[in-house]
Ligand binder design. Structure first.
Ligand SMILES: Nc1nc2c(ncn2[C@@H]2O[C@H](COP(=O)(O)OP(=O)(O)OP(=O)(O)O)[C@@H](O)[C@H]2O)c(=O)[nH]1
Ligand SMILES: [Mg+2]
Length: 459
């Protein structure tokens, strides 16, 4: 292995805070030598002499020969390590001053402090993983839901890299065909154009899939947004409180009680969700209420699921009917129509019949609130299933996919006209170079810096 780094880095890798143990990682050419300088093993063994991939009990000692801590050394020689370089991981006791001392001792012994994400960066630079996999490590660390955890792990293991490799292969084939056409320029029946066009269609389909994966990412990572929308006094805040299990929003008989958006997090079936209560929709001259209502509409648009709350104990006005039907038309796929106040006699006016309730709940008798939760989960699962992806796409990746898409579209346009194959080849080449930035094979230094800055020190 040709190690590309001449220095050796050190960092505390585990989180700050309470806990029994911490891990300090030293990686680089001098890792074993540095660990030897700051350690004492039983029967005077030296870390530089022990076999690779073995664990050793011992002590960290300072320059005066005093014990700092009793630790375990995980000794791993290149190339079978995370960074691809010699690595010693020290499992010590989780005390800030012990950690500080060990890191300082390692620095005095010749290491330097790692930058944020530097271990992972080395891993990419040493060809242990590609950039897409490296990014998934950050996602894995920050995953908020079971689902995003699973996807980040799959991605680390290469699910997205595989998909991208397939696309790259196709583009390379298109390029080869385009180049070949120079040589067989007279052979009309080779139909290079048709073959290339077919490949480009396949690539476009893959791009669509990748784009969809980005939409899913937001929802899966940050948890779904569920907004309660409806007329004033419909019982939105009461339902919000009932789903939350506590009295968070103010409930009164006065129409227009809620003036602004109120959010609260709930955690169900391994998923985070954000429940959003909104101001009731009605015509108003009150400027504050007016802005509140505007936000309600914004929330309706932002939400992954809308609970459209209809007060069934009251007759709808013609104006309300228009509002409800408009919302229903616009967002039908993500709406659950909730009939509220089911404990009261229902006034099933003909006007209301255009929208049918999916469920009838009462927050006074607490009837069917649990069933509503199941409906919400089912709706979310259905929405997720539409885009069942083994991977997630982040913003950087999406930006590159979009510029890649532009190039592919250019190719498709070129193929329709009677353009020389040189221009086609050139455009395919451009598409390829766009694409390779995704996996980091030719990525620029500054783009690398930007990616790894998001990491924490120690990763
Ligand atoms: N009987 C009965 N009354 C309810 C129920 N849910 C809410 N209410 C009453 O309906 C009134 C309005 O409830 P809220 O939850 O404040 O309604 P809202 O939709 O948040 O109203 P705004 O914030 O003004 O838009 C209050 O007097 C509640 O006590 C219910 O299930 N049954
Ligand atoms: Mg309210």
């Amino acid at each position: 292995v040709c190690a590309v780094h001449s220095d050796t880095i050190v960092a505390h890798c585990t989180p700050h805070g309470a806990g029994a143990l911490a891990i300090i990682r030293i990686s680089g050419e001098q890792a074993c030598a540095i660990a030897t300088r700051i350690s004492r093993l039983p029967s005077d063994a030296r870390i530089t002499d022990v076999q690779t991939h073995t664990i050793h009990y011992g002590h960290i000692v300072d320059m005066h020969g005093n014990d700092v801590d009793q630790v375990l050394f995980f000794v791993m020689h290149a190339p079978r390590t995370f960074t691809g370089e010699d690595t010693v991981e020290i499992s010590c006791h989780n005390n800030p001053s012990i950690i500080q001392s060990i890191v300082t001792l390692a620095i005095v012994a010749g290491a330097r402090l790692a930058h944020a994400g530097e271990f992972t960066r080395w891993s990419v630079e040493n060809g242990k993983m590609d950039l897409v996999q490296a990014e998934s490590i950050n996602d894995l660390i920050n995953a908020g839901t079971q689902q995003s955890l699973k996807l980040s792990l799959a991605q680390l293991q290469g699910s997205l890299s595989c998909e991208l490799a397939l696309i790259e292969k196709k583009i390379l084939k298109a390029y080869a065909l385009s180049e070949a056409s120079f040589e067989f320029i007279d052979e009309e029946d080779m139909q290079f154009g048709t073959q290339i066009a077919l490949i480009m269609q396949e690539v476009m389909a893959s791009i669509e899939r990748l784009k969809k994966a980005h939409d899913m990412r937001q929802q899966i990572k940050e948890g779904a947004r569920i907004a309660l929308i409806g007329s004033v006094n419909a019982g939105k805040s009461s339902l919000f409180n009932a789903l939350l299990g506590k009295d968070r929003a103010i409930v009164t008989a006065i129409a227009g009680t809620t003036r602004d958006v109120i959010e609260a997090g709930i955690y169900r079936n391994g998923s985070h969700m954000t429940l959003v209560d909104t101001a009731g929709l009605r015509a108003t001259n009150d400027i504050i209420e007016h802005y509140g209502i505007e936000r309600s509409y914004q929330e309706a648009q932002k939400a992954d699921v809308i609970l459209l709350v209809v007060d069934e104990s009251r007759r709808m006005s013609a104006r309300e009917k228009v509002i409800y039907e408009d919302l229903y038309r616009m967002y039908s796929s993500k709406i659950i129509v909730v009939g509220s106040k089911a404990d009261l006699p229902a006034l099933k006016s003909v006007d209301q019949a255009l929208i049918t309730c999916d469920i009838h709940v009462s927050t006074v008798t607490h009837t069917r609130v649990a069933d509503l939760e199941s409906l919400m989960m089912a709706k979310l699962t259905a929405l997720c299933a539409i885009a069942e992806m083994p991977f997630l796409i982040n913003k950087r990746q999406l930006t590159l996919i979009l510029s890649f898409e532009v190039k592919i579209q250019e190719c498709i346009v070129l193929l329709k006209g009677d353009v020389p194959y040189e221009i086609l080849s050139y455009t395919i080449q451009e598409a390829l170079s766009n694409f390779s930035e995704l996996t980091g094979k030719t990525i620029s230094e500054s783009a690398m810096d930007a990616i790894f800055k998001e990491f924490c020190v120690g990763k």
